[in-house]
Write a protein that binds this ligand. Structure first.
Ligand SMILES: [Zn+2]
Length: 356
């Protein structure tokens, strides 16, 4: 991966963006995309990049990846200055005790830790159960409520404090790859198309969406306003090459084996075939899964926006989803960028996607 792209990915995942509080990550997206696309932001916070194709009345194609990540929200501060919080999105309470977190206050981010009763003091039965999220608390070092309130406001967002680090080979770990990996791929495709010698025969919109983790909300408004003929959602997917995830239900997909192309009700058959055929022709590795119902992604709301959109999903294999140590392969990101860019150049008109 080129150095500038890697630095962009690193900055994007480091920027805090729990659902409803995404603008720090959106600013990173907008700054990166601005030199090669027209960029706008809608009232809910979606960042929409636009690249005009070579002609008039071209099909409108929309790519979407969500910038929001899971996190927490400050709900209550007790008399001793301990901070109680609720989840933003699908948070696993197993993970939290002993973690370092950043609270994003009005004067910037500061560190806190999620406290825990020492194991010595725990009853044997308590060692086998999870501490409920509402009983967990953040310690910012404040000596009391008043001191804490000088830094923290009710409603402030909280994130795990981990950013991107390299593992062995081309594998990297971070919080928030779900789905800033998708936003990253969308931005990179916009760049590749803008830098190419030939203009594609489509009008291309690249959306870094918001509030996906709390109900696909940015996907609804951006699909409506962009009004695409064709839409491709870039998301992460469960990599089943970790020891404790079974393959019979989730399919056999692994890191470094290419992006995943699902089939099923949420996927337009002709658009799937176009992606799969492009992968075969260009020798881009891909993996296949089945999703027999509406997917839990922005592709769902995009497909049923207005009169319907020819929709597909391109998914990046990811281990340990919704933990602060998500792991992916950089090659999978690059192959997703390549596959999408090559596929876009094969779209010539909006016909051909209506099932017969
Ligand atoms: Zn996601």
């Amino acid at each position: 991966m080129r150095k500038e792209s890697f630095e962009f990915l690193k900055k994007l995942v480091a920027a805090p963006s729990p659902s409803g509080y995404e603008q720090p990550a959106q600013r990173v997206f907008r700054d990166y995309v601005a030199p090669f696309a027209e960029i706008s932001t809608d009232v809910i916070g979606n960042a929409i990049a636009f690249h005009k194709g070579g002609g008039k009345g071209l099909p409108r194609v929309m790519l979407i990846g969500h910038s929001d990540e899971i996190g927490f929200q400050v709900k209550y501060i007790d008399d001793n200055g301990f901070i109680y919080f609720g989840p933003i999105g699908g948070v696993d309470p197993h993970l939290l005790p002993g973690q370092r977190v950043n609270i994003h206050g009005r004067n910037g981010a500061f560190l806190g830790v999620i406290g825990k009763k020492p194991i010595h003091l725990m009853e044997p039965k308590d060692r086998e159960t999870v501490v409920k999220l509402e009983s967990q608390y953040i310690d910012i070092g404040a000596s009391g409520r008043k001191e804490a309130e000088q830094l923290v406001r009710i409603g402030d967002a909280v994130t795990f404090s981990w950013g991107l680090e390299k593992l062995h080979g081309d594998r990297v770990t971070s919080r928030g790859f779900d789905d800033k990996a998708g936003s990253f791929v969308v931005a990179e495709v916009m760049r590749r198309v803008a830098e190419a010698a030939k203009k594609p025969l489509i009008d291309l919109y690249g959306v870094s969406s918001v509030q996906e983790e709390v109900g696909l909300r940015g996907g609804v408004t951006s699909s409506y306003s962009v009004n695409p003929d064709i839409g491709i959602c870039v998301e992460v997917d469960f990599s089943t090459d970790q020891p404790d995830v079974e393959r019979k239900h989730n399919g056999e997909v692994g890191l470094g084996k290419g992006p995943i192309l699902p089939r099923g009700a949420n996927i337009n058959p002709a658009l799937f075939e176009l992606l799969a055929d492009t992968a075969a022709r260009k020798k881009i590795p891909v993996q296949f899964t089945g999703i027999p119902k509406a997917s839990g992604t922005d592709a769902n709301v995009m497909q049923i926006s207005r009169g319907g959109v020819a929709t597909a999903l391109v998914k990046i294999p990811l281990r340990y989803m919704h933990t602060p140590v998500e792991v992916l392969s950089l090659a999978d990101l690059e192959n997703a960028v390549k596959l999408l860019t090559e596929t876009l150049y094969r779209i010539k008109d909006k016909g051909g996607f209506i099932p017969v």
